[in-house]
Design a protein around this ligand. Structure first.
Ligand SMILES: C[S@@+](CC[C@H](N)C(=O)[O-])C[C@H]1O[C@@H](n2cnc3c(N)ncnc32)[C@H](O)[C@@H]1O
Length: 210
């Protein structure tokens, strides 16, 4: 079967097609994935959370719902994603509960030990230096802070493989590959959740305390 990459550049959304693509991601299958993955993530009420590759921003609101007295910061290197995230979270930005920053996960513009949790939904496929980005995330997490990666593809479906072949910068990861990368980056207490029927996978891990 012929599988086509959706218009709009999922790896770095651009233009009107990118905006429409992100609006679809904010709901639809990304919503199902996020709700599945977030059922495994516990956050303190006042947690400071970083969402890497925040896209259209719907997950910023889902994270804020889990940490209502905290603060959620989204980062994305696409200006279309940053703009839509800012629209999606306009009220929460005004209240100082959400911030959206334009930047690359390979060079996070935050202090060391700044966040209690860092999340990455549907984005690690596109990080050219996965190890380097994990090192950056580890740097900005507090000791004991949680890394959470959530992918709708465990790399096994023919459709996902066909799409990844069409996007130069896209890499699919099996659950074992994700786990190895996170362990090699120096995280501890790894847990992997895998829904084999839907192909969903998420990895939870902690920055060691000492
Ligand atoms: C498929 S979208 C997913 C968006 C959102 N996380 C979601 O689940 O709906 C991938 C997002 O990751 C962003 N992204 C990819 N590589 C990035 C990088 N190196 N730094 C920052 N953002 C990145 C893209 O710009 C895009 O907005």
């Amino acid at each position: 079967m012929d599988y086509k990459v959706p218009a709009g550049n999922p790896e770095k959304p651009q233009g009107a097609d990118g905006y429409a693509l992100l609006e679809r991601m904010n709901a639809g299958h990304h919503e199902m994935l996020a709700n599945w993955g977030l059922s495994y993530l516990s956050l303190a009420d006042d947690a400071r959370v970083l969402d890497c590759g925040c896209g259209g921003g719907a997950n910023l609101l889902r994270l804020l719902a889990k940490a209502p007295a905290g603060k959620v910061c989204g980062i994305d290197y696409s200006d279309v994603s940053v703009n839509l995230s800012r629209e999606t979270c306009a009220a929460q930005i005004k209240e100082g509960q959400v911030e959206v920053v334009q930047g690359d996960v390979g060079a996070l513009p935050f202090d060391d030990d700044a966040f209690d949790a860092a999340t990455a939904f549907e984005t690690v496929y596109f990080w050219p230096d996965f190890a380097g980005a994990l090192a950056q995330i580890k740097r900005v997490l507090k000791p004991g802070g949680v890394l959470f990666i959530c992918n709708e593809s465990d790399g096994s479906s023919e459709k996902d493989q066909a799409i990844a072949e069409q996007i130069d910068v896209m890499t699919l990861y099996t659950p074992a590959q994700l786990k190895d990368a996170v362990r090699e980056a120096g995280f501890a207490n790894l847990r992997v959740m895998h829904d084999r029927t839907r192909g969903y996978v998420c990895v939870l891990a902690e920055k060691p305390r000492a």
